[in-house]
Design a protein around this ligand. Structure first.
Ligand SMILES: [Cu+2]
Length: 184
């Protein structure tokens, strides 16, 4: 009887694993800040930059600012925004850091605010994870891992354990416009 009971417990533990892992996977907390699904994209050899994307939620009642970051995978980490200059999309550093307003979420994503990993030390390989430290003005530092998704992915996909059903990877048009992008 005892053995039978243990087997039942073991079976229920096994059954619980997928739920436990998707609930806890790839999210980070730092004080009132909640950082979800940090990700990046695989790069081609000699790519001068790589992106860094995530959603940062501020559950507190005072604003904070993302002011910087660092990673052993690149020479420097900058915070960028995309702007239109005529019909050319450009990116430039965000002066003074990126505000995370109280009670709000800010999403860093392709085509919007993003981290820019300057001069990756080696090409980012799809399916690996890149350690990254984020620095906030008030909350301080937190270590996260960027999942590395497909070249040209527009949202976190198959390498993010908690992917909200996003599995599609577009898109040649976007890849082309990325090619026209200039860092300033
Ligand atoms: Cu950039």
């Amino acid at each position: 009887m005892h053995v039978f009971k243990s087997a039942l417990i073991a079976a229920s533990l096994l059954a619980a694993v997928p739920f436990a892992s998707s609930a806890s996977a790839h999210d980070y907390k730092l004080g009132a800040l909640h950082i979800a699904h940090p990700w990046t994209r695989a790069t081609l050899p000699n790519a001068p930059v790589a992106g860094g994307y995530m959603t940062i939620e501020n559950t507190g009642d005072t604003a904070d600012r993302l002011v910087g970051g660092s990673t052993p995978a690149a020479e420097a980490v900058e915070i960028h925004e995309m702007t239109m200059d005529g019909d050319v999309m450009k990116m430039r550093p965000v002066e003074g850091g990126l505000e995370i307003p109280a009670g709000e979420s800010v999403t860093l994503k392709p085509g919007g605010y993003h981290l820019m990993l300057m001069k990756p030390t080696e090409p980012l390989k799809e399916g690996t994870r890149i350690p990254l430290t984020l620095t906030f003005e008030k909350a301080g530092e937190v270590s996260v891992e960027l999942t590395v998704d497909t070249v040209g992915a527009m949202r976190p996909g198959k390498h993010d354990a908690d992917m909200h059903g996003a599995t599609e990877h577009d898109d040649m048009g976007e890849a082309k416009s990325m090619g026209n992008m200039k860092a300033e």
